[in-house]
Design a protein around this ligand. Structure first.
Ligand code: F6P
Length: 379
């Protein structure tokens, strides 16, 4: 009985069921990019705008994400505005991490501006925070939303891959390639710190592609003695350098056992600029070897999108336009087993896709002799 009542409410678009077919006429679509920029965002903006305009919709670009919605930075987009942008990195709509949008008052201003601009539905391109923002906004004001997964972190739940990730992997792997030649000329340990506070996707893929010897990711807390032993083993085998790819959020086994507040206090006391410097100091103390740290930082988010991300973002953008035509809202377009698919935003919001420590890729990496610093490796 309650189930059928729920389905009825869902059909009407009422209550907690906010994925639905919209009955009211939607003529104008607002589009924004939010959070960290990611390669492919422009390709997605282009695909959504072109398809929507071709099908009789007006498209309005909201600049600087949710922050721009609050500050009323809204301008109509034409097909000319999205011409020749597919090859450009970043986002022509700019982006921001909005503190004000996290407050009910801020969201009310955003909603009023959206209504005043004549925007009937919202397309949100971004990562975890952006999609969670869309879910809250949709629930609070009954705003029809569609999400697209764009983040270099690849940590969005509900999609196998997000655009921006592959381009960042290419850049990060290139960085490790560059380190290789200088590393081979010295007897040193090199640590390359890659983006990813909560997840190790970028470190895993770029580290593997770049031929790093040790990968340190948040999902697999490291044992410093195991890391030191892996380095010593290489030295004994006549390899005079070691390259470590470490995620921003790499954490030791001891640290993983601490409470959140204890960890915060430890980090504050140690006062290292970032993870790689902390790990570097630990390795120096354990092995006495010279250590060098490289932090490519935002270089990883820069440059031109790779062809894969342009194609992926275009396909997801076209799927978004298809949903608009079908009047289906409350979904994020996604990739499932190599196919473009959709998933309710309510199932995505607030979740993080971690690297599965039992996955094939981790097993294969370990089998190929890579160390994750958790257990002794064969090579
Ligand atoms: O969310 C993407 C991301 O690039 C993270 O990997 C990184 O930790 C963070 O953004 C950096 O954020 P900001 O650009 O605000 O410094």
């Amino acid at each position: 009985m309650f189930y059928f009542w729920g389905l009825f409410l869902e059909y009407l678009g009422i209550g907690k069921f906010n994925k639905r077919v919209i009955m009211k006429k939607i003529k104008c679509i607002g589009i924004l990019t939010s959070g960290g920029d990611a390669s492919g965002m422009n390709a997605a903006i282009r695909a959504v705008t072109r398809s929507a305009i071709c099908n009789g919709y007006t498209v309005k670009g909201i600049y600087r994400g949710y922050e721009g919605l609050i500050r009323n930075e809204i301008k109509e987009l034409t097909t000319q505005d999205v011409s020749s942008i597919i090859q450009r990195g970043g986002t022509i709509l700019k982006t921001a991490r909005s503190k004000d949008f996290m407050t009910p008052e801020g969201r009310k201003v955003a909603y009023d501006n959206m209504v005043a601009a004549g925007i009937d539905a919202l397309v949100v391109i971004g990562g975890n925070g952006s999609l969670s923002g869309a879910q809250i906004f949709a629930n609070e004001f009954d705003v029809p939303c569609i999400g697209l997964p764009g983040t270099i972190d690849n940590d969005l739940y509900g999609t196998d891959v997000s655009f921006g990730f592959q381009s960042a992997v290419d850049i990060a792997a290139n960085t490790i390639d560059c380190i290789h030649s200088t590393a081979a000329s010295h007897s040193r340990v090199f640590i390359v710190e890659l983006m990813g506070h909560k997840t190790g996707w970028l470190t895993l893929y770029a580290g593997m592609a770049g031929g790093a010897d040790i990968l340190l990711i948040p999902e697999i807390p490291y044992d410093l003695e195991v890391v030191a032993e892996a380095i010593r083993k290489r030295t004994k085998a006549g390899k005079h350098f070691t390259i470590i790819a470490a995620a921003e959020g790499a954490i030791s086994k001891e640290e993983a056992a601490l409470s959140k507040s204890e960890l915060k206090a430890k980090r504050k006391k140690e006062n290292y600029p970032s993870a790689a410097y902390r790990i570097g100091a630990e390795i120096l103390q354990k092995t006495g070897l010279e250590v060098r740290v490289t932090v490519p930082g935002h270089v990883q988010r820069g440059g031109q999108p790779c062809a894969y991300d342009r194609v992926l973002a275009t396909r997801l953008g076209a799927k978004t336009a298809e949903l608009i035509l079908q009047k289906k809202y409350g979904y994020m377009t996604c990739v499932k087993e190599n196919k473009i698919d959709i998933i309710p935003i309510s199932e995505v919001a607030g979740k993080t896709k971690l690297v599965d420590t039992d996955s094939d890729i981790i097993r294969q990496a370990k089998f190929a002799g890579l160390s994750f610093g958790d257990e002794p490796c064969g090579i």
